[in-house]
Design a protein. Structure first.
Lengths: 115, 117
């Protein structure tokens, strides 16, 4: 296992289009998190899953955003009707349940550009 | 509401000298603090952490200090090396109702560290 994998690495889309990102966590980790990072800012929490259950969603996650983790393994983050303000780096992380927060491993992210 | 703040956008130091990165927080319920390092085009990598019940944690060249009364923590890197040049993020976590840390992190804005040879 080589860590948390995110695909695609880069995505350029036209405003109004839908996009979907995928995250494959470390296999033994049952917690999965999505963060968004814009230029000059730190990562901002979007949502997290424990197994297939989505346990928390940030106010940042508008109704155009939806995240799933159907079998408790990989996760997808979909953005509908993209806006220029959605341009950001989308980071996924995973951790073992009950593990210390330093067990938290990030992927390399998906950079979204909305034109 | 920025609950974790890193007020210095950048820091430049000479190789071999000490780098001190600072972080302030406002939420006294944070129970764990972490520092992450981030290179361009990569995700953040965990560096060092400290529990709210301690005031110092050391790991090799890296030491984190926590001053709870001031709601302030700092990361010391001694000696600094050119390979330490990166963006450093301070982050904090809360305990959930069950008393365990559930992993949602609140990050500061980051400090760009440049170590000159």
């Amino acid at each position: 296992d080589t860590g948390v994998s995110q695909n695609p690495r880069h995505k350029i889309t036209k405003r109004g289009q839908n996009v979907t990102f995928r995250c494959d966590p470390i296999s033994e980790h049952n917690r999965l998190y999505w963060y968004r990072q814009t230029l000059g800012q730190g990562p901002e929490f979007l949502t997290y899953f424990q197994n297939e259950a989505q346990l928390e969603k940030s106010r940042l996650l508008s109704d155009r955003f939806s995240a799933e983790r159907p079998k408790g393994s990989f996760s997808t983050l979909e953005i509908q009707r993209t806006e220029q303000g959605d341009s950001a780096m989308y980071l996924c992380a995973s951790s073992p349940q009950g593990g210390k927060v330093y067990g938290y491993t990030f992927g390399s992210g998906t950079r979204l550009t909305v034109v | 509401d920025q609950q974790v703040k890193q007020n210095s956008p950048s820091l430049s130091v000479q190789e071999g000298r000490i780098s001190i990165l600072n972080c302030d927080y406002t939420n006294s319920m944070f129970d764990y603090f972490l520092w992450y390092k981030k290179y361009p085009a990569e995700g953040p990598t965990f560096l060092i952490s400290i529990s709210s019940i301690k005031d110092k944690n050391e790991d090799g060249r890296f030491t984190v200090f926590l001053n709870k009364s001031a709601k302030h923590l700092s990361l010391h890197i001694v000696p600094s090396q050119p390979g330490d040049s990166a963006v450093y993020f301070c982050a904090a976590s809360l305990k959930n109702a069950g008393g365990t840390s559930y992993g949602k992190l609140t990050f500061g804005q980051g400090t760009i560290l440049t170590v000159h040879p």
